[in-house]
Ligand binder design. Structure first.
Ligand SMILES: Cc1cc2nc3c(=O)[nH]c(=O)nc-3n(C[C@H](O)[C@H](O)[C@H](O)COP(=O)(O)OP(=O)(O)OC[C@H]3O[C@@H](n4cnc5c(N)ncnc54)[C@H](O)[C@@H]3O)c2cc1C
Length: 471
């Protein structure tokens, strides 16, 4: 049996390959770079632990728990410190605690009385027609008002997508929010009723899901996947061409600068979707792939700094602080990394992770190191009362970080569905299709493995039937 080609060794590709291997289906994982993990990268230095990419994995589904268990990583799994639950949003230059409780919400200085009272009208606002695709901004202005857009949604979207609410599609970027309105006619009523349904299915909302990492950061997960997969992972092997042949697939890739090729029964594409511009995809049915190549991925700089505890005025206890655009800071927000996982800083020190750039300020992510450093330190001084110089610094720039599910994304998803339906044996999974969170990518890889295994089973049956018919 020829192997399944998995293109990309980020969390999606590794999860899919691991699940296929568990079903005794041979796989070959092609990875362009010299390491596995994709955007996941954890660096331990001088007692500090820096996450360049994601900081936490939300355990929203039993399938995520199962993957960690199947890899034998339960002992190394770490939940965020139970004292680090508070989230802050910046208003008038200061971080203000966002309260989870209803009473706390009505007391918070984060929103004006007018904005709070506006919420009572929310259940009476008519739902949008199911056919029309709104931007997140239009949706929030219609249901919750301007202040919620500026001080809740705008910073939240910067923290999750590094994106712009005026461009993101509520239906595709926040499908659960859209579904709440469509199903219950109200976000507030849907919050209560939806919780009961999730309880029945065993799923947990992203808001309430436990946040997980590992003793040495999230890279532990992808490294363990690589170990379990063994020899089938080929590093430094960028795929350059994928061609559908009669019933099979030929994958061309570079190895030590030399072009090589191999036959496969199926192909799973998990690289960032704009990479389709570099990889020549030849299928029996022709597709216009240009809309997929044009999907926007804004740049993001991740800056991790360690300070002496005594040099930071703010307690930095909690998850972190998100910064609304109207507050005019340089950075998008901060994560209190060593409050979440105390082993991320030596004793009497704190580790703070900052993100800059995104759709809000793409040029800042591309700025030179000294400009970025100066602007980040200016912000940390103003926001958290940081005095003195960092004793640890780690910079990482993702020139194309996170795909933006903008208004019209439905057409991209429909095109992906069409490709899979017509180019038999070609599958697509990852952050560009099933959600941008790390957990979404694990579920996407898991689901792709199921689809591929069903496809191979049907393919073999039909081959056998053909053989019998022609014998
Ligand atoms: C800065 C940042 C912070 C984030 N924070 C969080 C967070 O805290 N929590 C959370 O849930 N999510 C977070 N995310 C999102 C989450 O990390 C990603 O969505 C997820 O890890 C994507 O995994 P993937 O495997 O789909 O893609 P990727 O990680 O992009 O992997 C794709 C792989 O394909 C390879 N590749 C590319 N071209 C080729 C080719 N031609 N041939 C072979 N291989 C190729 C790449 O080298 C890469 O290894 C964050 C993302 C970023 C960028």
């Amino acid at each position: 049996m020829k192997s399944v080609a998995v293109i990309g060794a980020g969390i999606t590709g590794l999860t899919a390959a691991f699940r296929l291997q568990q079903k005794n289906i041979p796989v070959t994982v092609y990875e362009a770079s010299q390491r596995v993990g994709g955007v996941i990268q954890s660096i331990r230095e001088d007692g500090f632990l820096a996450e360049c990419g994601p900081n936490t994995l939300l355990e929203t589904s039993p399938k995520i728990t199962e993957l960690i268990r199947d890899l034998g990583l339960e002992d190394r799994k770490r939940y965020t410190d139970e004292r680090a639950t508070e989230r802050f949003i910046v208003r008038r230059g200061k971080p203000i605690v966002m309260s989870d409780s209803k009473l706390g919400f009505f007391k918070t200085p984060l929103f004006s009385i007018g904005a709070k009272l506006r919420l009572f009208a929310e259940p009476f606002i008519r739902r949008a027609p199911a056919c029309c695709e709104e931007s997140l901004e239009q949706f929030v202005l219609r249901r919750l008002g301007r202040e919620f857009l500026d001080y809740a949604i705008n910073p939240f979207v910067a923290g999750v997508y590094a994106g712009n609410p005026a461009k993101l599609s509520v239906k595709h970027a926040f499908p659960k929010l859209h579904a709440l309105e469509q199903k219950y006619g109200s976000l507030i009523i849907g919050q209560f009723l939806g919780a009961r349904e999730r309880k029945r299915s065993g799923e947990v909302s992203k808001q309430n899901a436990p946040k997980v990492s590992f003793d040495e950061g999230l890279q532990v997960l992808t490294e363990e996947l690589r170990v379990k997969l063994g020899e089938c992972v080929q590093l430094n092997s960028p795929v350059t061409e994928i061609t559908q042949t009669s019933g099979d697939w030929t994958v061309k890739y570079l190895s030590n600068g030399q072009e090589q090729q191999r036959e496969h029964e199926a192909v799973l594409f998990t690289s960032p979707i704009y990479k389709l511009g570099d990889v020549k995809l030849e299928t029996a049915h022709k597709f216009d792939l240009s809309p997929l190549e044009r999907i926007e991925y804004p740049p993001v700089a991740s800056i991790v700094m360690g300070f002496r505890r005594a040099d930071v005025e703010h307690a930095c206890q909690g998850f972190g602080a998100l910064i609304p655009e109207v507050e005019k800071f340089n950075i998008l927000g901060v994560i209190f990394s060593s409050a979440l996982f105390p082993n991320r800083a030596p004793k009497d020190h704190v580790t703070i992770t900052c993100y800059a750039g995104g759709s809000r300020n793409p040029d800042l992510a591309r700025a030179d190191r000294s400009t970025l450093r100066r602007l980040v330190l200016e912000d940390l001084k103003r926001l958290l009362g940081v005095r003195g110089e960092p004793v640890f610094e780690n910079y990482f720039v993702y020139p194309k970080a996170i795909p933006q599910y903008q208004v019209g994304y439905g057409k991209n998803k429909a095109l992906m569905d069409e490709i899979e339906a017509k180019a038999h044996g070609f599958f697509m999974a990852g952050h560009y299709r099933d959600g941008i969170a790390l957990g979404d990518s694990i579920l996407s890889g898991d689901h792709a493995a199921e689809k591929i295994s069903t496809h191979l089973f049907e393919h073999h049956i039909s081959q056998k039937l053909n053989h019998i018919a022609t014998a």
